[in-house]
Design a protein around this ligand. Structure first.
Ligand SMILES: Cc1cc2nc3c(=O)[nH]c(=O)nc-3n(C[C@H](O)[C@H](O)[C@H](O)COP(=O)(O)OP(=O)(O)OC[C@H]3O[C@@H](n4cnc5c(N)ncnc54)[C@H](O)[C@@H]3O)c2cc1C
Length: 497
């Protein structure tokens, strides 16, 4: 008798389930709960969105592909303390949400003293800093005075240096090694394909926040901002604890669905491990690199053309860090930075396998780590470095020290290194987004990327993350701003039950 009742009950449940969705569902799926918001990606932007949404009483879940939150904020142990292999500094004080959030807790430190800046040629000789600065200043001035918006920064600088080859002040030639250094330092891209280069318009659009550019986290690392955003003690007595699920790689977002009963749109999000989440709305915060690689499989139906244009034409540069711990501090003072100007003849001293070493364009001292230097590597060289083993990278850094630094400095022994691999990271694929020449010629912009997807007149998928920020892309403050803005919009507009 009991068995018969159970069979009847199951039949009824099956029928109900079919009439609601038009498909057959497992008992697990019948227990469906419709979340208010599902946030995809728990980097700075996702965490900022989640904390605001949760605080306002909405039912939210965060899905993060990696086994940690933070994304391009990644504080990790090194040399007896911590270092950031992703974002490290809060850049600026005015109109900067990171500064606003961190200052009340006195979390940010300014550099102690004035930075000593060294310009060093790849043969080890030093160039007077004033002369080198004159060349660099002239590049930037020329860009602002004569730069045509349809050109890439790289193309313009190269052409302009042909027309005006000498810096009048000091009669210094604008040589290729200087041009290449400038291109790397400004992460301009486009050396192989001018369409992928950073556009001059993009340069004007991006706004630097006034105030100190190199605010550090007093030895605690950039991850501190995630704790601040989540109100963790000691930053607040009322922690915000959204439901964050790690190791959830989102593989499908269905965004044109309508609930049979309520006639309201909803979004279905599927993860690689088979789990399914349904919500009234979704916020996607993954990098532009991840969108480039996966939007075709990710979204059903496919994204509208205007969105695809932005994904295709906005670019993501590759920038990596190599932290180097030395036995002793061998540079004369801290803070200091070394800019390496690579001459063609010195590049030949490195084998094809070692070419990446010649793309390291600068080193700087690291706050709270007196024996550590941070080396920067950009573009193709960075990608090549990522393919090397840690031992090979250490050997490469040793060769760099030997060839470039040993002429003027008594370099001490390398104790250990730690490097980033942002291009290899399939959940990020690079460092910073930028507006390319292709966006000028073919269309696409941060604001098009940020426009939500609507179904039946209702926004169902919002886009946030650094690439959706018009004025502050490429920085954590831009990522957080966009996450908070989207959360505010949702709080104001999402219908409550
Ligand atoms: C080397 C380097 C140095 C930098 N230095 C600075 C600095 O000093 N100061 C500064 O302000 N900014 C800096 N930045 C930039 C800054 O880190 C980023 O702008 C910011 O962290 C981006 O945050 P986000 O939330 O937009 O994206 P992300 O941090 O990329 O977050 C997106 C999240 O989505 C997750 N994800 C991806 N795919 C999926 C999927 N399919 N399913 C679920 N989750 C997924 C990712 O794992 C990630 O956690 C630096 C970046 C790099 C790489």
């Amino acid at each position: 008798m009991e068995d018969q009742i159970a069979v009847e009950l199951k039949k009824r449940l099956d029928l109900e389930s079919k009439s609601k969705t038009g498909t057959e569902e497992s008992p697990e799926e019948q227990k469906r709960t419709l979340k208010d918001v599902v946030v995809i990606g728990c980097g700075a932007s996702g965490i900022a969105a989640l904390s605001k949404l949760q605080e306002s009483g909405l039912d939210v879940v965060g899905l993060e592909a990696a086994d940690r939150i933070g994304g391009r904020i990644h504080t990790t142990e090194f040399a007896g303390g911590v270092v950031d292999i992703g974002a490290a500094w809060c850049h600026g004080e005015e109109n900067n949400i990171v500064y606003e959030l961190a200052s009340p807790h006195d979390l940010l430190g300014k550099p102690e003293g004035t930075e000593e800046e060294w310009f060093i040629f790849s043969n080890g000789t030093l160039m007077p800093t004033g002369n080198a600065r004159a060349v660099i200043t002239e590049f930037t001035d020329a860009l602002h005075a004569r730069g045509q918006k349809e050109k890439s920064i790289s193309q313009f600088i190269r052409e302009d240096a042909e027309k005006y080859p000498i810096v009048e002040l000091g009669k210094i030639p604008k040589t290729k090694p200087f041009i290449e250094w400038y291109e790397r330092d400004n992460h301009v891209g486009g050396q192989d394909d001018p369409k992928k280069g950073k556009s001059i318009n993009g340069l004007h659009e991006h706004k630097i926040c006034n105030g100190e550019f190199w605010l550090n986290w007093k030895g605690k690392g950039y991850k501190t901002i995630l704790d601040v955003l989540l109100n963790k003690p000691p930053y607040s007595e009322k922690p915000i604890t959204p439901d964050i699920k790690l190791n959830k790689v989102v593989t499908s977002i269905k965004w044109q669905l309508e609930d049979v009963d309520t006639k309201k749109p909803y979004v279905e999000v599927l993860c690689e491990d088979g789990t399914k989440f349904e919500a009234k709305t979704a916020v996607i915060t993954v990098s532009i690199g991840v969108l480039k690689e996966s939007h075709k499989q990710l979204f059903t139906p496919a994204l509208p053309d205007v969105k695809v244009k932005s994904i295709d034409n906005l670019q993501l540069c590759v920038l990596d860090k190599i932290y180097i711990e030395f036995a002793t501090q061998w540079w004369p003072s801290s803070p200091a930075s070394f800019k390496i100007i690579w001459k063609e003849e010195n590049k030949q001293e490195f084998s094809a396998d070692e070419k990446w070493i010649t793309e390291i364009y600068g080193l700087r001292t690291v706050e709270h780590h007196p024996k550590v230097l941070l080396a920067w590597i950009y573009g193709k060289g960075a990608e090549e470095m990522e393919g090397k083993s840690e031992a090979e990278v250490e050997a490469g850094v040793n060769k760099l020290m030997d060839k470039v630094f040993s002429l003027n400095f008594e370099v001490s022994k390398i104790v250990s290194i730690k490097r980033s691999q942002w291009a290899k990271n399939k959940f990020v694929r690079g460092a910073y987004s930028y507006r390319s020449v292709a966006t000028e010629e073919l269309g696409g912009s941060a604001s098009d990327l940020a426009t939500p997807l609507e179904y039946n007149g209702t926004p169902v998928v919002y886009f946030a993350g650094e690439a959706t920020s018009i004025e502050h892309h490429n920085a954590v403050h831009g990522a957080i701003e966009t996450g908070r803005e989207v959360a505010d919009k949702i709080v104001k507009t999402l219908p409550r039950n």
